[in-house]
Design a protein around this ligand. Structure first.
Ligand SMILES: [Cu+2]
Length: 170
């Protein structure tokens, strides 16, 4: 159930940006009403690429090396931020739970190998851990087709929350 919901929200996010309300409403007075409403709102609703409602966290997934075939060992950066008080631009916050990444081919019911290792990202100069930022690698998909990258928060190795990043390997 959680998986379906998060998958749906990920899809909505993926296509949501295409259906901008501003583009739909060509009427000038409506455009003006929208901009006035935006101006009046003291804080904008923070964007949430991937939602973890229970933890009140949002996350983003950004490829550093995107696998374009089943051989490439991909690499991605994951960032978490507070859903209520922060945004895509940070500040970022480290979840209390363990961050886990599992590529899953839902249509065939299998995962991949080797396992994805998630490590805290560190400042390249000082070596200090960057809060809320993680590197995931290797992200390798063993066959072409549609995959779901399961981004999970785990407690005692049990998933307590999950968001899905759909990914197609050509
Ligand atoms: Cu498969």
């Amino acid at each position: 159930m959680i998986k379906k919901l998060t998958s749906l929200s990920a899809l909505l996010l993926a296509f949501g940006c295409i259906e901008s309300p501003i583009l739909k409403h060509r009427d000038a007075s409506q455009l003006r009403a929208i901009s006035l409403a935006q101006a009046a709102a003291p804080t904008q609703t923070p964007t949430c690429d991937l939602s973890f409602p229970t933890q009140k966290l949002c996350a983003s997934w950004e490829w550093i090396i995107a696998p374009l075939d089943s051989d490439t060992r991909g690499e991605a950066r994951i960032k978490f931020w507070n859903a209520d008080t922060s945004s895509h631009a940070g500040p970022y916050v480290t979840p209390a739970e363990e961050v886990f990444v599992e590529p899953w081919m839902t249509s065939m019911g299998h995962g991949t190998r080797p396992p994805v290792v998630v490590t805290p990202e560190t400042d390249p100069v000082t070596g200090a851990v960057l809060p809320g930022q993680f590197l995931a690698k290797p992200v390798r998909f063993i066959m072409w087709g549609d995959w779901d990258i399961r981004l999970q928060l785990r407690v005692n190795q049990r998933p307590v929350s999950q968001a899905i990043i759909p990914y197609f390997v050509p």
